[in-house]
Design a protein around this ligand. Structure first.
Ligand code: FAD
Length: 318
């Protein structure tokens, strides 16, 4: 297969982990080229090359920094129109999904969102997705135009494959809609030593069983012992025990870590929709009939206030 465009997710040139995962997946199906939009390309190029980008397209225009997603979609579509890539991979963030959809409309292409795996198939890239609140795993490929695929974080482990990328500055003609919605302020990200929920290799989540904001320390201590992010069910968030930004599920964040530990969470379909694609799932619940046990790899029937401290102690011994 030919060139695979990877849209870079970055903060002022600091490349975020999902992009490294996309470059790793892109190498499975073709030759990755990175598309860097905004400021900081110099800082990012070395990292992108280290993970196998053969080329970096750079659009350093005020529009992509100052306005919402339309200028980014314009830039990616324009690069795709001139490069004619074999596929385009985009991170499955809220922005990424919108950019993917806009580019698909512009190119008249098929779009697959929220893939958890991408492999080379007989008819182009083949993806795996989990649909209908994770009830089914579906394999799919795009049948029309350039395949555009948004990929969920943790779909692959980033692997280095050092290359020295050629850098091409691209000048974009923006559409009339590009400057329709201006960014007036950006809230600073919550400062934490823990990894971000969507990017973490391990997530430890607490639910109604945690029974109070003050008890979430039990969840946090296991998370810190494992270097994990902390998640929460909607019941715990609605009760005000943990911030909404940590909610996992259909109306929260969707995560797909290597390991997901659910403590005091029953396993409602809306929670499963946010974590069912995790590679290994462990649950601690005092009710042996809790639905969460239907999907776990390892289940512990017990009181989380006994089990979690023991787990923390054992991890800290190693
Ligand atoms: P519960 O269902 O009350 O379960 C608590 C569990 O803790 C029980 O299984 C109990 O046995 C166990 N437990 C209690 N004490 C202990 C103890 N000491 N030790 C061990 N186990 C114990 N939910 C989400 O999580 N995310 C979403 O994004 C989401 N979106 C939704 C969207 C819609 C439109 C709707 C209608 C609902 C949504 N929900 C979502 C809510 C969802 O339906 C459930 O109500 C919610 O997930 C339940 O949270 P829970 O498992 O923490 O609580």
């Amino acid at each position: 297969m030919g060139e695979i465009l990877v849209l870079v997710d970055h903060v002022d040139g600091a490349v975020r982990k999902p992009t490294l995962e996309l470059l790793t997946l892109a190498r499975r199906i073709g030759e990755p080229s990175a598309v860097f939009l905004g400021k900081g390309a110099d800082a990012a190029t070395e990292t992108l090359g280290r993970y196998g980008a053969q080329k970096v397209y750079v659009v350093d225009a005020a529009e992509v920094d100052d306005y919402l997603v339309v200028p980014k979609a314009d830039a990616l579509a324009q690069i795709a129109e001139s490069a004619s890539p074999a596929a385009i991979l985009v991170p499955s963030s809220a922005d990424g999904r919108e950019i993917g959809a806009r580019v698909a409309v512009r190119l008249g292409s098929g779009l697959i969102t929220d893939a958890v795996d991408v492999v080379a198939g007989e008819n182009g890239p083949e993806t795996e997705q989990s649909v209908f609140a994770a009830t089914y795993q579906v394999r799919a490929h795009v049948t029309k135009g350039t395949p555009i695929i948004t990929v969920k974080p943790n779909a692959a482990t980033p692997e280095e494959a050092p290359a020295t990328p050629a850098v091409e500055a691209v000048s974009v003609t923006f559409s009339a809609a590009a400057t329709g919605t201006k960014i007036v302020a950006t809230a600073a990200r919550e400062k934490s030593d823990r990894p971000e929920l969507t990017e973490a290799d391990i997530v430890v989540s607490g639910g109604r069983g945690v029974n109070g904001a003050e008890n979430f320390v039990v969840i946090e201590r296991v998370a810190d012992a494992l270097g994990a992010a902390v998640g929460a069910s909607r019941a715990a968030v609605d009760a005000g025990w943990y911030p909404h930004s940590h909610q996992v599920g259909q109306t929260g964040t969707q995560v797909s870590p290597q390991l997901y530990i659910a403590a005091g969470i029953s396993g409602a379909i809306q929670h499963r929709a946010g974590m069912q694609t995790s590679k290994t799932i462990v649950a601690v619940n005092k009710d042996e009939d809790a639905p969460i046990f239907d999907l776990v790899d390892y289940g512990v029937v017990g009181d989380l206030f006994k089990v979690m401290p023991q787990l923390e102690e054992e991890i800290n011994k190693r």
